[in-house]
Design a binder for this molecule. Structure first.
Ligand SMILES: [Zn+2]
Length: 478
């Protein structure tokens, strides 16, 4: 491998611009043990400290990709607002049906969401791990008929209950003192979706968080279940999403208790029944056909609405742990079967569902914490009357990150100064920066003032630099 890398460097480096590489000192030998040579260049390992300001012209949200998305043929499967907006803004790009490239701004947003999920899951004692995507078909045979859509001896496991219990079973040394044990992972999952649609909402590849919980008793398992549901509720409230926790069917996963976390939305494919008088809500699938009386308070009437399921919790009991022998040593030092829970969260679905319900038809609105960048600074058009304040815009963008360390890396400069302010404002609103700062005519005055547009309130104000810093001080970041 090293030898191969060495040859690759030899081929690639002479073509790189001079600034990206420094000549190899003759007293250094290369990693592969080759004799030192002056003819090979290496990339510098001493890059200057980060004074990096993200420039819109450098961001990979290619407009040629956007154009493809606007072709008539591609319009056909634009099935919902979030998909259309995300493709238009260069956030995602379709590959195969139900599969997308997640472009850099989307990945930034998703990484922020993952950080929030990690905080909540680790806050209730969750430990993160990473399990293989390829599951031995043998694991499936023990439980279900072999899923043979690939006709191969391996299959892609839609969930990992089997794998995680197999991981625990041979340990045999799990003590009751280690319980509850909460293991989770965030991975790319695959689903053989026959009719992929709604962009990231119903795809064939997506990111999921799945958690598996192990408890020593039914009572303890219910407590764990409840603490996970509360963590989900906190997560969604941080994101500003009005989620409804509904009773759900345990379906083919099985188990004793199940809830879905539904985001009410017109395009939602789940039908919910919500009581007008108490907190009861349920997926229609769990109710008697035609039932309109609330089974909880007996007074309220159930009203139907639609929702997008973004989370699902199952209390499985001992179904899986029994089959796979996931046991622990109890207080009498005797082996006992663990009580298990399985809890999922659709990571990419949360992102798309949030965009779906929060955005307007023209502009993306993110949950504040998930916006790919918090602030966009617009210098004047090149060659305009106030061209001389262009330098001020760049300096402002850099200084915001210094004045407010939380905003470091969160401020971008739209340096496409060949374009008018108006055109760039339109792009900015399409991408959904929570704050846009225009450096225009008033920035040329003795005390420079900047036009500040707050996406959430729609308000435009003219602020001095200090005023701007004061406003941005309230911006929350992950
Ligand atoms: Zn009720």
């Amino acid at each position: 491998m090293e030898v191969l890398m060495h040859h690759l460097w030899q081929r690639v480096l002479p073509r790189l611009p001079r600034t990206m590489s420094t000549p190899c000192k003759s007293d250094l030998s290369c990693a592969a043990g080759h004799a030192p040579t002056d003819s090979i260049s290496r990339p510098s390992t001493h890059l200057p400290p980060s004074t990096h300001l993200p420039l819109v012209s450098h961001l990979f949200q290619p407009s040629n990709l956007r154009d493809v998305g606007q072709e008539k043929s591609a319009q056909v499967d634009m099935t919902c607002k979030s998909q259309r907006l995300m493709q238009q803004a260069g956030l995602i790009h379709p590959s195969n049906p139900g599969c997308y490239y997640y472009l850099p701004a989307t990945v930034r947003s998703m990484e922020k969401l993952v950080m929030l999920i990690d905080q909540e899951m680790q806050g209730i004692g969750g430990q993160k791990l990473d399990m293989p995507s390829l599951c031995s078909a043998e694991l499936w045979r023990q439980l279900f008929r072999l899923r043979d859509r690939h006709g191969a001896e391996y299959c892609l496991g839609p969930t990992h209950e089997e794998a995680v219990t197999e991981l625990l079973a041979p340990q045999g040394t799990l003590s009751y003192r280690q319980l509850p044990l909460l293991l989770y992972q965030i991975t790319r999952e695959f689903h053989d979706e026959p009719k992929p649609r709604f962009g990231l909402l119903r795809g064939r590849e997506f990111y999921m968080k799945d958690m598996y919980t192990f408890d020593m008793s039914e009572e303890a398992a219910y407590r764990t279940y409840e603490s996970v549901c509360q963590a989900y509720t906190r997560l969604f409230s941080q994101l500003g999403l009005c989620i409804v926790q509904v009773h759900a069917d345990t379906g083919n996963i099985g188990g004793k208790l199940s809830h879905e976390f539904q985001l009410p939305a017109d395009i939602g494919e789940d039908r919910l029944l919500v009581c007008g008088s108490c907190s009861f809500s349920a997926n229609v699938e769990t109710m008697e056909p035609g039932q309109t009386d609330c089974p909880q308070c007996q007074e309220g009437t159930l009203v139907e609405s639609k929702g997008i399921a973004v989370g699902h919790t199952f209390y499985l009991g001992t179904k899986y742990s029994h089959i796979f022998n996931a046991t622990f040593n109890n207080t009498q030092n005797k082996p006992a079967v663990t009580e298990m829970g399985c809890i999922g969260l659709g990571v990419t679905q949360i992102l798309a569902a949030a965009i779906e319900v929060m955005s307007t038809e023209e502009a993306i609105c993110w949950p504040g914490l998930l916006a790919p960048y918090q602030v966009c600074v617009l210098p004047p058009k090149r060659g305009s009357k106030v061209d001389e304040v262009a330098g001020l815009a760049e300096e402002l963008a850099l200084s915001l990150g210094e004045a407010l360390p939380r905003l470091k890396g969160e401020v971008v400069l739209d340096d496409r100064t060949q374009m008018t302010i108006g055109k760039r404002l339109k792009d900015a609103s399409q991408l959904g920066y929570p704050y846009v700062v225009v450096v225009g005519q008033k920035a040329a005055e003795e005390t420079p003032r900047f036009e500040v547009i707050c996406q959430q309130t729609g308000e435009t104000t003219f602020l001095s630099r200090d005023g701007l810093v004061d406003i941005l001080r309230c911006v929350e970041t992950v």
